[in-house]
Ligand binder design. Structure first.
Ligand code: EPZ
Length: 437
């Protein structure tokens, strides 16, 4: 288990000036890499995956795989080769599972491959209770027995393996769709997942599984059909698989560029995946040019108060991503107008607003899902403590636009989702230092 020191970023605010400039290259997507790493357990043999971001959650996932018996050989930059034994473990590491809710994704391939899986109650977190009812009812639909005890859950497949079945999600869930798609890959018969999530990370996972011999159609739509292999593991893909670019890192840096950079180029990204944000920023007045795999903020010399505000209602893809809600709210505190912010996905994802109000923002909470943000308002640098990955990034954005110095602590949360964040910020001109808190 990675020992984590409590560190903070000491940031010199720009006071609303646009002094940053340069180029940022986007890493592989955290939320694609995690299911792809889990999917290796379905393969009999070796597989190499590249563009895996070097962040806390992928490091934890690599440890999870090693604990299940997988041999991992680091390759060149951001690349690993995985050798999966014919017999894998069936227990998800408790310590890691408690710290990383996404570890539940691994339960699908382990159950499919080994016939049983044991995991602790996944940690809830500040953004919401994060229930797993959809996973459990999906597993039951595939014929698994679900036993819940004080330590967590034990799932057992029928002796002759999981059975293909129709399963309709009463609520769209990204990781439940990924997990049950993987569990169905080796089942006996056909599985149809109804009201499936359509996030790009699911399409990336399905593409990888199909390159390993899985028979999947409909990924990216709300109905995914999987023809199970009847207990036969998948085979090594012909070539190295590359993780898709991280759309949330892309959107996070785009917001920093709009607020603080005269010129910023973002490369190795897929602008299509953040179309709702690029559209809103362009409509707001941000000088943003969109190319096939890059984004360009150019001659961004007007004050942020010249940009007009817009309302946000988070929604499943391709709607406004909940993971960009917090960073986008910082933008809304700096532009002119009143914005309605409606966080529809998680009940705890507006808790960070108190700290932004403490910095001087004009925000009115309406209930746990809604707030009004009025701009422009100047922010003052403060000592802030990240409550989760994305609110932590939003605090960094707020610290950048604020007057004076800020400390953003609990960087272990931000490090879960952003590789070398301070190095990247330094490279475009930010005065930032990582200090032990
Ligand atoms: C994925 O989480 C992402 N994580 C989250 O990113 C992202 O915020 C979320 O999707 C929404 O886009 C990964 O992909 C690893 P959900 P996930 O299940 O799958 C409810 C980040 O910062 N629900 O789509 O856990 C749930 O409570 C993280 O990178 C149930 O009720 O989210 C929520 O209200 C944060 N029962 C809604 O569904 C279940 O069994 C959507 O959540 C499962 C979910």
């Amino acid at each position: 288990m990675t020992t984590i020191r409590n560190e903070a970023l000491h940031i010199q605010g720009l006071g609303g000036e646009k002094k940053l400039s340069g180029t940022l290259s986007i890493e592989g997507a955290k939320n694609a890499a995690l299911p792809l790493l889990a999917a290796t357990l379905l393969i009999d043999g070796d597989v190499t995956i590249t563009n895996i971001p070097s962040i806390l959650d992928t490091n934890r996932s690599l440890t999870l795989l090693e604990n299940l018996g997988v041999t991992i050989t680091p390759g060149k930059d951001h690349e690993y080769t995985f050798t999966i034994p014919s017999e894998c473990g069936t227990e998800l590491d408790e310590e890691i599972s408690k710290h990383m809710r996404a570890s539940i994704i691994f339960s699908g391939p382990v159950l499919a491959r080994s016939g049983s899986v044991r995991f602790p109650h996944p940690g809830g977190c500040v953004i919401g209770e994060r229930p797993i009812d959809l996973f459990l009812s999906g597993y039951e639909a595939l014929g698994a027995a679900v036993e819940k005890n004080d330590d967590g859950y034990v799932l057992t497949a029928p002796k002759d393996g999981l059975k293909g079945s129709n399963f309709f999600f009463i609520q769209q869930s990204v990781t439940a769709t990924e997990t049950l798609m993987m569990a169905a890959v080796m089942a006996h018969g056909t599985t149809v997942l109804g009201n499936a999530a359509v996030e790009p990370e699911i399409v990336d996972l399905a593409l990888f599984l199909k390159k390993c011999g899985a028979r999947i159609t409909g990924e990216g739509t709300h109905t995914i059909t999987i023809e199970g292999t009847g207990g036969v593991p998948l085979t090594s893909p012909e070539e190295v698989y590359t993780v898709m670019p991280d759309r949330i890192e892309t959107g996070s840096f785009l917001i920093i560029g709009a607020l603080c950079a005269q010129n910023l180029t973002i490369t190795n990204c897929n602008p299509e995946h953040v179309e709702i944000l690029t559209q809103l920023l362009q409509d707001s007045g941000v000088p943003l040019r969109v190319e096939k795999d890059s984004l360009h903020i150019e001659n961004n010399t007007v004050p942020n108060s010249d940009f007009s505000s817009f309302s946000i209602k988070t929604h499943e893809y391709p709607g406004f991503p909940t993971d960009l809600q917090a960073p986008a709210v910082i933008f809304l505190t700096q532009v002119t107008g009143e914005a309605k912010v409606f966080e529809t996905i998680f009940e705890g994802r507006l808790r960070y607003l108190d700290d932004i109000m403490y910095m001087g923002a004009d925000i009115e909470r309406l209930d746990i899902h809604r707030a009004l943000v009025r701009g422009p308002r100047e922010l003052e640098g403060r000592r802030l403590s990240s409550p989760d990955i994305r609110a932590g990034l939003a605090y960094i954005v707020a610290a950048l636009v604020a007057h004076g110095e800020s400390y953003v602590s609990n960087m272990m949360y931000v490090d879960r989702g952003y590789e070398n964040i301070e190095k990247k910020l330094e490279s475009i001109g930010v005065q930032v230092k990582r200090v032990t808190d």
